[in-house]
Ligand binder design. Structure first.
Ligand code: SAH
Length: 255
């Protein structure tokens, strides 16, 4: 059996209890390189075989899993954050299906949630944005034409940009291209959210590239953009004394 497990964004106590139990029980752990906190590998039982997938191809990962299966062992495939985002799990799952090897998936706290926590921010503020766009800048890995950053930016919604800090100049340009964001729309770069080395750089769209460079941030960072980082928003209807809900009678007439 193979367990895909989300390791969380970095802090070792942000893995789920289920994920930690699966790690402690595994005969083989294949973890996703430097983005997984090595402290989590300390949960492994004695004799557990541990592999760093940053040095492996898909074929080598699959061969390692097959060998563990053959020996009757359990494998944890440990992905950073939540496996469902940029985790390359689909290709592994399809290969396991072809081999008849069973697997399941345990979610984790994605780094986009870790970044919001670092900022003490709410991505979905009433009358500001009710949408979070999770995306990346096109680099060596292409992005479909309809999802080019400049096109997504046109919505002016809250945006979290993964895997793109090395392309921050292009990111800044694309964000401004369609007019969806203003040059003074707030932005932030969150480096190693929830790790001890965590750093938060607050800026605007027009100072994003400069501030990133000034702070020497070149990897393991998210770029977040939108007026959710600003001052203005409306209070929630849910907790408004006037608003009637299924659980509470509001004061507003006609409700
Ligand atoms: N599945 C992961 C994302 C993997 S892609 C998740 O759910 O978070 C790797 C990218 O995620 C990095 O290039 C960086 O943009 C982002 N990332 C991962 N961990 C991070 C962290 N602790 N702080 C900031 N960004 C992080």
């Amino acid at each position: 059996m193979v367990h895909f497990v989300g390791a969380g964004p970095g802090a070792p106590d942000l893995i789920t209890r289920r994920g930690a139990a699966l790690l402690a029980d595994a005969d083989c752990i294949i973890y996703a390189g430097s983005l997984v906190n090595p402290a989590l590998l300390g949960l492994a039982k004695p004799g557990c075989a541990i592999y760093n997938s940053a040095e492996m191809t898909l074929e080598q990962v699959l061969d390692t899993i097959r060998a563990a299966e053959k020996a009757g062992g359990t494998t944890v495939r440990l992905h950073t954050g939540d496996p469902c985002l940029y985790g390359a799990i689909r290709e592994q799952m399809d290969a396991l299906d072809a081999d008849g090897i069973p697997y399941d998936d345990t979610p984790g706290v994605s780094s986009f949630c870790g970044a919001a926590a670092a900022l003490c921010a709410e991505y979905t503020l009433p009358n500001v944005s009710q949408t979070v766009i999770i995306t990346r800048m096109e680099g060596r890995t292409p992005v479909p034409e309809a999802e080019q950053l400049a096109k997504l930016a046109a919505h002016g919604a809250t945006m979290v940009i993964f895997l793109s800090i090395g392309l921050v100049d292009k990111v800044q340009q694309a964000l401004l291209e369609s007019g969806g964001y203003r040059p003074d729309t707030p932005a932030a770069v969150v480096y190693k959210a929830t790790w001890p080395e965590q750093r938060v750089v607050r800026c605007t769209v027009s100072t994003l590239a400069e501030e990133t460079r000034k702070n020497g941030i070149t990897k393991t960072a998210l770029i977040v953009v939108g007026d959710f980082l600003g001052e203005n928003y409306e209070r929630s209807k849910l907790y408004d004394p006037a608003f009637t809900t299924e659980f509470r009678q509001g004061t507003e007439a006609g409700q």
